[in-house]
Design a binder for this molecule. Structure first.
Ligand code: NAD
Ligand code: 6OH
Length: 494
């Protein structure tokens, strides 16, 4: 029996309990893994006040280089406690240890170092020499200053990665933060409080509050008048509510929202690589990744072979105890989310899908029988205007469609309200680039998926969001840009 963790709020450098708590089950077994302390409106107010105090106090007085050094220390401290982070992430999310240990915790830590490095690259101000009407000379130059107190609201699908993806750029450009992790997966974010204290961050620079969204911590935070800007990742419908909250007080928003991403598989591709890459993009994290593929368009001449091979990949997934190294697919994050995905599976059947594989709940044994398990699923034959093809499902499933030419592929792939990610698989560089350049998506991979260089821009078209995170692009949201205009010469006749 594992120990039941207490997930407390971290406010002004100290952990704080709350009179209101809720329970967190392990998604793989439904066993209780943590008690979470829900932050009240007063707790959120204290967190925002502490962030404001730190912003104007010790944090403002530190040099950029010193702030970045603390971020690098925090990265190293997380890595030195990797096993604790791995255990907590698995307990909350059900992700398999292979992914958590090799990808999610290391990247979660390294984002702190990466943004320290990115932001410490010299910022080149714009400069203009201007003639004044009375014949004098003026020197204009730009300056970037921190935006202020940032509210960061995270989803449950990649808990530590999402937390530091928000924290790192905010800190790197001199802001202070109140972070709300998802109520489903708050443990690793909460553990960061201790790490930041040990690294030497002044109290109040980072505050972490737990709770739900509407009428709870999330709303208390986004409606707080002393928050300067809101950085949100989650569902498009929540993004709409957050944008409405941000309208009061004219606060800036960065929104990373849902997707219904397309893959285009062309007849000249390396089929084995295309199948392997598409399988990863459909089934990784049990399909719970915004960059995952849910629509697949395949040249007709290779369609049958592609579907047969993708089916083998789906049926080859090893569903099992997430703590075992051979497991490739864990459960969904919760029974509630499984119910949503199962409803989508049932709806696909009524909308006319041919189920190539999956479509239901797998038989699991012993403790795992009580987990939120779901079968990897492939469909063909759905109408393009069906809800199954148009709406994000966020489960391990995709719809595969034959296409007759590149023009049809582009037209179908771009026929979506979203536009987060896409893939193109082809051996012909020019053909692949032509398609990639016409796809309406924030990131398009050619012959690959999920190759992430943190210096690149990240964000979506349409209902997939507003703004770009990643690299120096994150500076736009996290700073205010000023122009300073200094008149240099005395008037000509003085
Ligand atoms: P969600 O929108 O339900 O919740 C996200 C966060 O918002 C949670 O912390 C929640 O408590 C909070 N919240 C909910 N309502 C709120 C409100 N009214 N005010 C303030 N906060 C509120 O999303 P989720 O279910 O946690 O995550 C899955 C979704 O996130 C999917 O749609 C997925 O595509 C999207 N996502 C997008 C990206 C991206 O980068 N584009 C990355 C990860 C996940
Ligand atoms: C969403 O589910 C995935 C988000 C991934 C990133 O933010 C990233 O930077 O790779």
């Amino acid at each position: 029996m594992t120990e039941v963790r207490q997930v407390k709020n971290f406010i002004d450098g100290e952990y704080r309990v709350s009179s209101s708590t809720f329970e967190l089950p392990d998604p793989a077994t439904s066993q209780l893994v943590a008690i979470v302390h829900e932050a009240s409106a007063d707790d959120v107010d204290d967190a925002v006040t502490a962030a404001r105090r730190a912003l104007n106090g010790p944090w403002a007085r530190m040099s950029m280089a010193d702030r970045h050094e603390l971020m690098r220390k925090a990265c190293d401290l997380i890595l030195s406690r990797k096993d604790e982070f791995v255990a907590a992430e698995i307990a909350d999310s059900g992700h398999p240890i292979s992914a958590v240990s090799n990808i999610e915790i290391p990247r979660g830590a390294q984002q702190l170092r990466a943004f320290a490095d990115i932001a410490s690259g010299h910022y080149e101000p714009e400069t203009f020499e201007t003639q004044t009407p009375d014949g004098r000379q003026a020197h204009n130059y730009t300056q970037r200053v921190p935006k202020g107190v940032i509210a960061a609201i995270c989803p449950w699908n990649l808990p530590l990665i999402m937390a530091t993806w928000k924290l790192a750029p905010a800190l790197a450009w001199g802001n202070t933060v109140v972070l709300k992790p998802s109520e489903e997966t708050p443990s690793t974010a909460s553990m960061l409080g201790k790490i930041f204290n040990e690294a030497g961050f002044p109290a109040g620079v980072i505050n972490i509050v737990n709770g739900f969204g509407m009428d709870s911590t999330g709303e208390f935070l986004t409606r707080h008048p002393d928050v300067d800007a809101i950085n949100f990742t989650g569902e498009t419908v929540t993004g709409t509510a957050i944008m409405q909250a941000a309208a009061v007080g004219i606060r800036d928003v960065s929104l990373e929202l849902g997707g219904k991403n397309a893959a285009i598989i062309l007849d000249d591709c390396n089929l084995d690589a295309a199948v392997a890459g598409t399988a990863a993009s459909v089934f990784y994290n049990c399909g719970q990744i915004c960059l995952g593929t849910e629509r697949v368009y395949v040249s007709r001449s290779i369609f049958d072979e592609f579907v047969a091979q993708l089916k083998r990949r789906a049926e080859g997934q090893i569903l099992g105890d997430p703590r075992l190294p051979d497991t490739t697919m864990g459960p969904l994050v919760s029974h509630e989310h499984r119910e949503k995905v199962l409803q989508c599976y049932r709806r696909a059947a009524t909308e006319g899908a041919e189920v190539i594989t999956g479509g239901g709940v797998p038989e699991m044994e012993d403790d795992l029988a009580r987990g939120a398990w779901i079968q990897p699923t492939i469909w063909t034959g759905l109408p393009e205007n069906s809800r199954s093809v148009r709406e994000e499902i966020f489960g391990p499933c995709c719809h595969v469609v034959p296409i007759d030419d590149d023009e049809a592929a582009i037209e179908l792939a771009n026929d979506t309200r979203y536009g987060l990610a896409a893939t193109v698989w082809s051996a012909d560089t020019k053909r692949a680039r032509t398609l990639a350049e016409r796809l309406n998506a924030g990131v398009c991979w050619i012959n690959g998926w999920m190759i992430r260089d943190l210096r690149t821009p990240f964000g979506g078209f349409g209902e997939s969001g507003i703004g770009r995170e990643g690299g120096a692009h994150a500076m736009e949201f996290h700073t205010e840009l000023k122009n300073i205009c200094q008149v240099l010469d005395p008037p000509a006749d003085s």
